[in-house]
Design a protein around this ligand. Sequence first.
Ligand SMILES: NC(=O)c1ccc[n+]([C@@H]2O[C@H](COP(=O)([O-])OP(=O)(O)OC[C@H]3O[C@@H](n4cnc5c(N)ncnc54)[C@H](OP(=O)(O)O)[C@@H]3O)[C@@H](O)[C@H]2O)c1
Length: 288
Amino acid sequence: MSNILITGANGQLGNCLRDLAHNDDRHVFFYTDVDELDITSIEQVEDYVSKHHIDVIINAAGYTAVDKAESDSERCFLINRDATRNLALVTKRHDIFLVHISTDYVFDGNSDIPYKPSDPVNPQSVYGRSKVEGEKAVFETGCRAVIIRTSWLYSEYGNNFVKTMLRLGRGHDEIRVVDDQKGGPTYAGDLAELILTIVERRDFIQDCRIYHYANQGAISWNEFAHQIMRNASLSCKVLPVSTAEYGAAAPRPASSVFDLTSVTQDFSIQIPNWKDSLQKCMQRLDNQ
Ligand SMILES: NC(=O)c1ccc[n+]([C@@H]2O[C@H](COP(=O)([O-])OP(=O)(O)OC[C@H]3O[C@@H](n4cnc5c(N)ncnc54)[C@H](OP(=O)(O)O)[C@@H]3O)[C@@H](O)[C@H]2O)c1
């Protein structure tokens, strides 16, 4: 039985972790978001971990507003770099285990070959740079940790692409969605399952490692939107638009497909296909 702290528990991933942990009586889970535990304060992190005898920290907290970060870099770095360092330092001090989440936006996206965890990073946005710095901070402390880079996260919670497409699809006859960025959608419920598997098997990890995780299959945002409309039986047309025409504030990688070999082998898992996971999430949304 371990005491597991989940930070950012009101976010997408945090809520999916809650749903899974609810049926898991092997451990005691401590759910916190910024009101209960502000991870930008190392004193708060230290006190919480000491008081509750925490064995594992799962960091589901983050600054995730990619476009806003371009004009709000101080706050973005405070949460994604400095607060991550706080968690890593306390992990090291108490000789416990950290699971931290990073992103495909650490890559420039100029390669068509799926990215391995060991490939060089080259972030193009403030958010991407802040996440690279967060990864470095974890490595520098020398704590026992797994960093999972994931991409295009969606769920039945919070704001995400799937929920935005459903809203737009119900209110418009046609929409334009970017068709020149390729990546891997990831259902946060699947990522939550992987995290709990890693926590269970953490004994073999004595250092800090990076894994890549997304659902199987690489697609464009445009294809993703088509499938969402199809699943919801919406007649809204999904037209293509280029990244340049769309003109988001933050640059995004053109291709950020992950090589999933190491996570699949090290944890003996089968990763669900993106279409199956999308359907699962949309069914859960219908039942809410
Ligand atoms: N979303 C994606 O597409 C995506 C893709 C790749 C990787 N990731 C990574 O995956 C992780 C989880 O993402 P998500 O989409 O689940 O995020 P999310 O829904 O934005 O949730 C993040 C949570 O962290 C909280 N938080 C912010 N600052 C905090 C602080 N100082 N102390 C404690 N909690 C704080 C947020 O609260 P407020 O809402 O009040 O700020 C929010 O509840 C993040 O590390 C993210 O970078 C996400």
